[in-house]
Design a binder for this molecule. Sequence first.
Ligand SMILES: NC(=O)c1ccc[n+]([C@@H]2O[C@H](COP(=O)([O-])OP(=O)(O)OC[C@H]3O[C@@H](n4cnc5c(N)ncnc54)[C@H](O)[C@@H]3O)[C@@H](O)[C@H]2O)c1
Length: 376
Amino acid sequence: MGSGIAQVSIQAGYNVTLVDIKDEFIEKGLKSILKGLSRLEQKGKLGEGVSAQSLVSKIQKTTNIPQAVQNADLIIEAVIENLKIKQDVFRTCDENAPADCLIASNTSSMSITKIAEATKRPEKCLGIHFFNPVPLMKLVEVIKGEKTSEDTLNTAQKWAESLPCRSPRYVPLVLKDRPGFIANRMIAPAFILMNWAFEQAVKEGISWESLNADTLKEGLPMGYLELGDYVGHDTYYHINTYYSKTLSPDFTPGPVYTKMVEDKKLGRKTGQGFFDWSQGRPKLLNEPKANLLSAELLDAIEANEGCRLLEEGVVKHWHIIDETMMAGFNRPGVMKDAVSNYEKWAKMLEEIAGKIDKPYLMPCEMLKTGKFIELK
Ligand SMILES: NC(=O)c1ccc[n+]([C@@H]2O[C@H](COP(=O)([O-])OP(=O)(O)OC[C@H]3O[C@@H](n4cnc5c(N)ncnc54)[C@H](O)[C@@H]3O)[C@@H](O)[C@H]2O)c1
């Protein structure tokens, strides 16, 4: 992620210093930047007289954080997802960067407020959350920690908007520091239903193809199970365990899913997940639906989460949620459809939450009453 962020920053004309713990890791990052920029150069997208090599040679590199941040205006931390390491990096940056320098984390799950506690400038700390691959994904979430100032947020938003992409960047402000921010939070609770369905499918002898078919709808390139295989079940397992501690115990992975991860059936990366990836993307049998669940129920669950984001004050308007989903996942958000379906969806949610005994799926007030519609 760090090299992707460095690439778009140097393309935008900023002075960039790439930092890592070993020279070989920096070289690996520079190699991937050169590859990305060379592709753009071949397509004539770097501009007149600008070569990939000339841009890469402008990037400064060091393994010494204090030296790197001496004259920085903005620092983006993209080290591994470990709170202690992130706090150590923030502390070192705080002690060595100019007083007005902003310090941002690219964390995908951790509390910005907690990371910023390691510094004496929490008002200048924030989250700037990119999506992978950074040069291609136009969504960047700018996240307010408890003490982040308006100025800090606005400056970061302008900066993120200035970074090149295939089409203009979409940079929503995330106004509350809540797990998953916007995009990842929206897709999170589908796992609660799917987790139940995995257990049920094994009990009833339902094939993964049939269950996958239940989740398909027009406009989606893959069903839930195939997408899980594609992303990696270790990632899903880790993030749902985190949500089980921060949002609700209902996110706790069940025995079937846990065993899959323990058996290293992680999906594409290990060649086997729900499906066989050893020969590339699996050719799924056209099996009939299992009818354990439906794509509409998954939409209802997602809309409910959107309403929770509005209730919690993470975002102010539902159209921001739909735009975020389009920018982050290249698919329409469900909030627009919720405007005409919320009563039916609230009933579906009550029914399923009771049936599978997962209270987190109960419709929240904002969805039940349709009050979210006013927050356009
Ligand atoms: N991979 C994704 O799709 C994705 C998407 C959004 C956000 N993120 C977040 O971005 C961050 C980085 O993720 P990644 O996938 O690029 O991880 P990664 O493991 O590929 O890269 C992390 C890099 O940080 C370096 N590092 C570790 N400790 C360091 C230190 N003390 N000082 C300097 N460098 C250090 C490592 O050597 C490594 O090169 C994480 O917080 C992750 O949650 C990742």
